[in-house]
Design a protein around this ligand. Sequence first.
Ligand code: SF4
Length: 377
Amino acid sequence: MKQLNDSHPAMSCIGNFTADELSLNLEKSGFPSYRGKQLFHALYARKHDTPFSFESITTLPSDIRNSLLQKYGTDHFSIQLTDVHVSKDGTRKMLFSLLDDTAVETVLIPSEMVNEEGLPKRRTLCISTQVGCALGCAFCATATLKLKRNLATAEIVDQYMRAREICSTDITNIVFMGMGEPMLNYDNVMKAVDILTQPESELISPKHITLSTAGIVPGIIRLADESRSIKLALSLHGTTQGQREAIMPIANKYSLKELGDALEYYYRKTKKPITFEYILFDGFNDTQEDVMRLAKLTRRVPSKVNVIPFHTIEFTAPEGISASLKPAPESTFYAFIKALRSQDVTVMIRSSSGLDIDAACGQLAYSHAGGSAGAIA
Ligand code: SF4
């Protein structure tokens, strides 16, 4: 699982700690524990354009501020911005380098609808949970990087905190759909959710957070048993066991039947509808039979389907089935959606946000890792 051990530099960053843990840490250093809540509030409950420094926490006495400065340094973040690409539609793709010189991507996607201030109604942040990924999906650039390691809680929390500073905006929604499989870094991801959604952080409600899995059944069961308020999405991308096995090796471990059962269990426990993610590939999963099977599958639980255009991964010089995957033509794409809707399935069209900056997941990080990505300098 490539868990981090305690000596990894990311593990000593302040973003790893809940308010209670900060209180405990301060207590161990001889300070009153109630100062932990004040510290947590200063770290998180601030406007996106208010820079943070330990020196500026006026609610804490100077001896605590000095002690924090000594322990965490002037730059307390676990990640640094290395590169940012801005799309014509406002999508921002950020590359962050980590303390061990690995890198992850984070993408801010504005909605097309605007509010009364002229700002996009939703500003959704797509957050990474691992460096690379072990699951090897045939359509994914991150898969070519293989798994380097899990992200620490601080590295997940800091993607959110840095992105709102860099993009000068509050973030309204989070999707764990970036690099990595969040269910395989469950503890660190959920601790990050806890920190970001603690009422004292005043940042985001768990109802506005979605975790997307490629189909890790034990993770779905655990999420159901913990009755968390975040939402669940499943990357389906195929309507038969054979299709899924062909492009998602994890399907060999957890079958479509087991997945369906796990989703029913999840719904029974949480009463939360599920989102199915479905990338449409030309001639692979775009037939009328697929429409009928997809409709049947999704009827097992209250749900909706996000149909997603395929972002090509030509830059990874794909081989085998990866090389044969092509985006469905626009006419097929819309015909598929129409047919699905005619089966009373709720369908959302995931926009091609950031197409002009090659928003395929993993592209910037692929480049950073020395891949031959021609489009990225
Ligand atoms: S699609 Fe997601 S789960 Fe599959 S290889 Fe890419 S990052 Fe991993």
